[in-house]
Design a protein around this ligand. Structure first.
Ligand code: UDP
Ligand code: MG
Length: 150
């Protein structure tokens, strides 16, 4: 089953939106197999955002993501990578439709509430950065047959 990494960014935690954001993924039917609150170190931030290292917004991005705690989770489910991205909405909150997390909770690009892996390769890489194998828990949900066909 597919997995992806999400981060409720510092502004999401500070604004008290963590529960609402996580609840959307639960209500959708995705399963959390990893979840924790943590303060991201500059070293972790550099690994996570390596693809942006040369961009002008990079120093501010690292400063921001390390400025206050985040909640990091691993979600599991059918097509969870693409569906999570759709539920987040586009990077620029002013382009994000109502009903998406960024569309409903954000107005600024640098304060857009949520990170989600953008493909299978980045999901595997990012899950490995933030979680040890022991921190990922496999378990059946009693509701699985009511959510996932097959
Ligand atoms: N970002 C920014 N300015 C930019 C581009 C991106 O502050 O010009 C921030 C924004 O918060 C975004 C993050 O950097 O969520 C990572 O950028 P990416 O292009 O990967 O967007 P995402 O995958 O988060 O939609
Ligand atoms: Mg990205």
């Amino acid at each position: 089953m597919e997995r992806t990494l999400i981060i409720v960014k510092p502004e999401g935690v500070q604004r008290g939106l963590t529960g609402q954001v996580l609840a959307r993924f639960e209500a959708k039917g995705f399963k959390f197999v990893g979840l924790k609150l943590m303060r991201i170190t500059p070293e972790l931030a550099a690994r996570h955002y390596a693809e942006h290292a040369a961009k002008p917004f990079y120093p501010g991005l690292v400063r921001h993501i390390t400025s206050s705690p985040v909640v990091v989770g691993v979600l599991e489910g059918p097509n969870v990578i693409a569906v999570t991205r759709a539920m987040m909405g586009p990077t620029k909150p002013w382009e994000a439709p109502a009903g998406t997390i960024r569309g409903d909770f954000a107005v600024s690009m640098g304060l857009n509430i949520i990170h989600g892996s953008d493909g299978a390769e980045s999901a595997a890489r990012e899950i490995d950065i933030f979680f040890t194998p022991e921190e990922l828990v496999e378990y059946p949900r009693a509701t699985d047959p009511w959510i996932i066909e097959g």
